[in-house]
Design a protein around this ligand. Sequence first.
Ligand SMILES: Cc1cc2nc3c(=O)[nH]c(=O)nc-3n(C[C@H](O)[C@H](O)[C@H](O)COP(=O)(O)OP(=O)(O)OC[C@H]3O[C@@H](n4cnc5c(N)ncnc54)[C@H](O)[C@@H]3O)c2cc1C
Length: 289
Amino acid sequence: MDFLRPTSWADALDLKAARPEASPIQGGTDMMVELNFDKGRPSALLDLNPCRELFEYKEIDGQIRIGSGVPYVRIINRLAGPLPGLAQASRTVGSPQIRNRGTVGGNLGGASPAGDAHPALLAGNAVVEVESAARGTRMIPIDDFYIWVRKTALEADELIRAIWLPPAEGPQYFSKVGTRNAMVIAVCSFSIALYPASATARTGIGSSGPTPLRAEPAEEFLATQLPWHDPAPLTEQVLREFGALVAAAAKPIDDVRGTADYRKHALSVLARRTLGWAWTDYLAERKAA
Ligand SMILES: Cc1cc2nc3c(=O)[nH]c(=O)nc-3n(C[C@H](O)[C@H](O)[C@H](O)COP(=O)(O)OP(=O)(O)OC[C@H]3O[C@@H](n4cnc5c(N)ncnc54)[C@H](O)[C@@H]3O)c2cc1C
């Protein structure tokens, strides 16, 4: 196996163009497991760690651009204010060691339906910045990024450069069910983000379909049911109906981590709870304003 070490991002793009079969490696927390268990043997690894610009994050024109090499720990420590949903999801990833090395870029590159960043990126309305030496930069809305199980919209010569997210304009929550409290792959997960300015909400479902999903009928239901302009607590009926619509939008299978029926039930509970928490925060923010 060749180990390709670029000297810069431009060099990395040239190497990927010359060797499209090369697998990029960032934190290595997925890639090294694959290699150790002999699940795949790429002919070349393209190490992105020398590209230090991938480790930067900054606010540009009101959006937050997170380099694909920024580890979870920095999102938790530095970006929890503007990106609470993604920070909550990041806190549930693996152990401190995994959160020090693992990245959202790697979660996207691997595109496991169970990856914890995905629901928060869907709810948070992310855009994935990808680049190739031949065609330059392409901005892929997160809704178009996931194609199938572990398949993404990336072309063979493209690399993920950064993830763009608007800072939260309302409450955001992420919640996950696993077989234990920590160091666990999600049995199912859910994220919600409220957008008070447009009186809308976005959602993300994880580990309950071939790809991470949005529960669009549930979002449409909220657009008509949330009392944005005359804020009041939500009724049990609205919470339950939302939970049922989220469960209906999921496409889970039975596997070693849980049955499809259990996942749907758990999702309806996660959806109901996260909406309740988010709406309570929204009411408190309105009252304080
Ligand atoms: C013990 C353990 C616990 C874990 N727990 C969790 C968990 O709770 N939740 C969770 O979601 N994940 C978990 N993971 C999986 C892993 O940590 C995450 O998926 C992490 O986000 C991977 O990031 P990375 O930078 O290490 O990716 P890498 O392993 O470097 O790469 C992962 C994939 O992305 C591709 N890739 C990397 N960078 C790029 C790029 N810039 N452009 C294009 N493709 C790229 C690689 O080719 C590879 O296919 C766990 C892993 C371990 C070993």
